[in-house]
Design a protein around this ligand. Structure first.
Ligand SMILES: NC(=O)c1ccc[n+]([C@@H]2O[C@H](COP(=O)([O-])OP(=O)(O)OC[C@H]3O[C@@H](n4cnc5c(N)ncnc54)[C@H](OP(=O)(O)O)[C@@H]3O)[C@@H](O)[C@H]2O)c1
Length: 274
């Protein structure tokens, strides 16, 4: 297996790091290409992967190509990549808001395309990825993708591409929502007199630990809330404020806005090109 990677930025680095740690693939089986030569040199030296001088060279040497450039850089990439893509290639895109139909129309013929939405904690092996495979993609393509993205965290498949808009909002943008919650906890504790560094350590470890309890013990958030809340206690006093200020409605509004933006990006790319 050879994997070509176009755009060796942050997400690509997370994937390369995870794949090599998982030992399912050797550095020489990964071929990178980036318009930013300094970045490509840095990544190829750091991970000992091969660096390609052109899209032609990369496409001839890898049947599986990961497209990891920013969404706004995607249309230009499609134009320059198109001449080198054949029916034998599997294209894997991680670009937010770019759907498989867009890619197929740009390439000009039906081919195997898998769209994946990973997230940033992939950098530390704690990513959450969801993928959608188009009709041409095979069972073995889907198996490989599951293996690749499981090496950087957890990975799931959805059969309806539109669900990726919700995933983009939930797990793609979600880390930022969690950072804001952690930062709010820190700011409030600092105002009450706690030292900032200690407050950040406590708040981030608390959120990490709470998430770990859900994942490791298989209990629901509601069950765990009941376990840590006693009548007349501090937790109940705090929870009452969150309920009164309608945290649920705030979070729903936040997710709805992010989903709408993901849908908008997708539609904007579609209308721009056809
Ligand atoms: N970061 C996240 O949390 C996250 C989460 C889910 C999905 N994603 C998706 O992952 C993709 C990559 O994001 P990122 O944060 O890794 O971006 P990034 O760090 O900017 O990396 C993209 C790299 O591709 C290069 N590039 C641009 N156009 C190119 C072309 N035509 N041919 C070859 N290389 C090209 C860029 O060079 P220049 O620097 O010179 O532009 C840059 O080095 C995006 O589509 C994003 O939607 C990201």
């Amino acid at each position: 297996m050879k994997l070509g990677i176009i755009g060796t930025g942050n997400m690509a680095e997370a994937i390369i790091n995870g794949l090599l740690k998982g030992k399912g693939i050797k550095p020489h089986q990964i071929i990178g290409y980036d318009l930013n030569r300094a970045r490509l040199n840095l990544i190829s030296k750091k991970y000992r992967i091969r660096a390609s001088v052109s899209l032609e060279q990369l496409s001839k040497n890898a049947r599986m190509i990961l497209l990891a450039v920013k969404p706004q850089q995607f249309p230009d990439l499609m134009e320059t990549l198109k001449p080198w893509v054949t029916k034998q290639h599997l294209l894997i895109s991680i670009a937010a808001g770019i759907d498989t139909i867009f890619i197929q129309k740009k390439i000009g013929f039906p081919l195997r395309i898998i769209r994946v939405m990973p997230n940033m904690p992939a950098l530390i092996g704690l990513g959450a990825s969801v993928f959608y495979a188009n009709r041409q993609a095979t069972k073995s393509d889907r198996k490989i993708i599951l293996k690749i993205f499981s090496s950087i965290g957890i990975a799931f498949e959805v059969k309806n591409e539109k669900l990726l808009d919700i995933v983009t909002a939930l797990s793609g943008s979600g880390p930022a929502f969690a950072y804001l919650f952690i930062d709010s906890l820190v700011q409030a504790a600092v105002k009450k007199g706690l030292e900032p560094k200690l407050a950040l350590k406590l708040a981030s470890q608390t959120v990490k630990g709470a998430a770990g309890m859900i994942q490791d013990r298989g209990e629901s958030p509601a069950e765990l809330i009941a376990q840590v809340t006693s009548k007349g206690g501090t937790t109940l006093a705090g929870l009452k404020v969150l309920q009164k200020k309608k945290l649920g409605a705030i979070v729903e509004g936040c997710l709805t806005a992010a989903v709408r933006r993901a849908e908008g990006l997708r539609k904007c790319h579609s209308s721009e090109s056809f």
